[in-house]
Design a protein around this ligand. Structure first.
Ligand code: DX5
Ligand code: ZN
Length: 234
């Protein structure tokens, strides 16, 4: 795949109909499906675990982009891999042995992602770049959908784009991505775009149109799909 990767976050979907929602965004043009796992400890919200990821797996062939906002993560990595995750991202802030977590994800045969919060400098992930296929830059504080994009994260995206240049690593942004902010993130160097509210708010009739509009916003501002993710995603 070339071009931007659009990864709708089901955090903003109808939780009473998640299978249908995953099917609907898949048919509406989503490249990946973003699954936000929260533990009420690392972040102040609770969502779902590997059983739900497993239950959703038969509903689409799309790449499952699993974002773990849990600490510790290590004890659950195998369960998410078995449930059908394709990329598993863990937070650099989630514990002292993040390098081991990334090793484990790769040893499970999955793509490894490293996520960082808006208050964490790009340099925090520099020693880990040989271990990752994706860097997930949080553009809001993690925990909830529907928040506003934090502009200072653009600098972090740009620094990570420099650090990862030519290494085939996807740069994904997550939080407050809209048809406006997607362009800012793309220009800074992101090639994968998580969108919750901007896709799901308004219901299924608008999914295709809203995904296309986000994609168009990214293309206009230069998202080239320069990472490695597209090659294995579909
Ligand atoms: C926030 C999650 C995001 C969230 C984004 O902690 O990681 O994936 O669903 O939602 P929007 O796009 O509505 O900001
Ligand atoms: Zn997320």
């Amino acid at each position: 795949m070339t071009g931007p990767i659009i990864s709708p976050s089901i955090l903003s979907a109808d939780f009473a109909a998640l299978g249908e929602e995953v099917r609907a965004v898949s048919e509406a043009g989503a490249d990946w499906i973003h699954l936000d796992v929260m533990d009420g400890h690392f972040v102040p919200n609770i969502t779902f675990g590997p059983a739900v990821v497993k239950a959703l797996r038969p509903h689409t062939a799309k790449h499952f982009d699993v974002h773990l906002m849990i600490a510790p993560a290590d004890a659950y990595l195998a369960a998410f891999a078995e449930a059908g995750a394709d990329t598993i991202s863990v937070h650099v802030e989630a514990g002292p042995h993040i390098h081991r977590s990334l090793q484990t994800i790769r040893s499970l045969g999955k793509r490894a992602g490293i996520a960082l919060n808006p208050g964490t400098p790009a340099s925090a992930i520099e020693p880990l770049l040989d271990m990752v296929d994706l860097v997930l830059v949080m553009t809001v504080n993690p925990g909830f959908g529907g928040q506003s994009f934090i502009p200072s994260t653009l600098e972090t995206i740009a620094r990570i784009a420099t650090l990862t240049k030519g290494r085939g690593i996807d740069i994904e942004v997550d939080g407050g991505i809209t048809t406006e902010t997607v362009g800012l993130a793309a220009r800074a160097g992101a090639n994968a775009f998580v969108a919750g509210n901007a896709v799901f708010k308004g219901g299924p009739a608008g999914y295709a149109e809203r995904i296309a509009a986000i994609r168009q916003g990214a293309i206009q501002h230069g998202a080239m799909g320069s990472g490695a993710g597209g090659a294995v995603s579909c």
